[in-house]
Write a protein that binds this ligand. Structure first.
Ligand code: TRP
Length: 367
């Protein structure tokens, strides 16, 4: 079997730089790594509904939004297949079979789900925890295995999902025979840069925390956001020594700056290490650091904006990309589902003899 990759995003909002660092950058490198035979990116609208079932419009509207985000960063529809989850019925069917292989306590132990349940307040008050939301890790295992993916580029927070998926694969293959492909997680390369902080200094960049910089960020609000970034609250005067750890500007510079940027935008230093050293010692002001970061981000995001504009002017092409990608994905996932049912000996209507012969031998066995 060839090298196949699958990832997805819930279409519940615009994608931001946290998504870029956590997973999109790896998808770009997979796209450019010619060793992959198939690369799928799935817009997980069904999963998006598990915590937005009362707002389907939000999910629907964000399908095009997220597709534009993909295209704007340079994901190329000739090399990656972009598809829509809810149009792939095989995924739902697989989910239903996999549900038998997972226990309630095992799902309850999934740290990502645990955390999300708390964030959404599903355990408080009267609402309670929707079964659909609770079981989404199982549906995610269906997503991954349906595409026979052996590589899944995602952020650190998706690790428990991959573990759960691998357990399902093992269990399925043990019971029904070798059928499903075991996926490997692909985490961001640079350990230093696995996670982008929010502009307010919070550990995670997220839309709901209102601390994100979007891939589609306009120039003026990009400037406002960068200039308001959390730095080091004890770094009051330029001459004060400053802290680089926990400082959002340096977290971003760790991720996005390259040596050439110093040559272009900040000739005082040769590289980031030199700049950090000066900041630590004292004598380097926050405004100067922020202006440097802004130049770097503006260079990057302005390219995204230009590319997005091209697609926005041709939305019918965007629609066609989704249509064609989903068609291809439908065939792929259907084939896996057929293979799964065959392994479970549930391909009853593939051949008249299967059911009849099995029944005959069953009667003979029982005497
Ligand atoms: N849970 C992922 C997220 O919230 C989205 C997703 C759905 C996904 N299906 C997937 C990611 C399959 C990787 C593989 O971002």
């Amino acid at each position: 079997m060839g090298k196949i990759s699958l990832t997805g995003d819930r279409p519940t909002g615009k994608l931001h730089l946290g998504h870029y660092v956590g997973s999109l950058m790896n998808r770009l490198s997979l796209q450019n790594d010619k060793t992959f035979d198939e690369i799928y990116i799935m817009i997980a609208d069904s999963q998006g509904l598990t915590d937005n079932f009362d707002n389907p419009k939000k999910v629907r509207d964000n399908i095009i939004q997220v597709t534009l985000d993909y295209l704007s960063i340079g994901l190329d529809p000739d090399r990656v297949t972009i598809c829509v989850q809810s149009a792939l019925p095989a995924l739902t069917e697989l989910t239903f079979y996999y549900m038998n292989l997972v226990t309630v306590p095992r799902l309850e132990r999934n740290p990502t789900v645990k955390n999300e349940i708390q964030l959404r307040g599903f355990n408080d008050g009267e609402g309670g925890l929707p079964v659909g939301f609770f079981t989404y890790p199982i549906s995610q295992a269906a997503d991954i295995t349906a595409f026979d993916a052996n590589v899944v580029p995602v952020g650190e927070d998706q690790k428990p999902m991959l573990e759960q998926c691998r357990e399902i694969v093992h269990k399925f293959n043990t019971i029904y025979g070798e059928t499903l492909v075991e996926p490997q997680i692909m985490l961001p390369k640079d350990k230093n840069a696995t996670r982008l902080k929010g502009i307010d200094g919070k550990e995670k960049m997220s839309k709901s925390l209102n601390n994100a910089i979007y891939l589609s960020e306009p120039a003026d609000s990009l400037k406002t956001k960068v200039m308001s970034m959390y730095t080091d609250e004890n770094h009051i005067n330029v001459s004060d020594p400053g802290k680089v750890e926990g400082n959002v500007v340096f977290n971003f510079l760790d991720v996005f700056s390259e040596d050439r940027h110093f040559d272009e935008y900040l000739k005082d230093y040769k590289n980031l290490d030199e700049m950090k050293e000066h900041y630590r010692k004292g004598g380097l002001g926050d405004v100067k650091c922020k202006k440097f970061l802004l130049a770097i981000l503006e260079e990057k995001i302005s390219k995204f904006r230009d590319e997005r504009k091209k697609w926005e002017d041709n939305l019918s092409d965007v629609y066609d990309i989704l249509y064609e990608g989903t068609k291809k994905a439908k065939e792929k996932t259907y084939a896996t589902c057929e293979r799964v049912k065959k392994a479970m000996k549930m391909d009853y209507f593939a051949d008249k003899k299967i059911m009849i012969d099995e029944w005959r031998s069953y009667i003979v066995e029982k005497g």
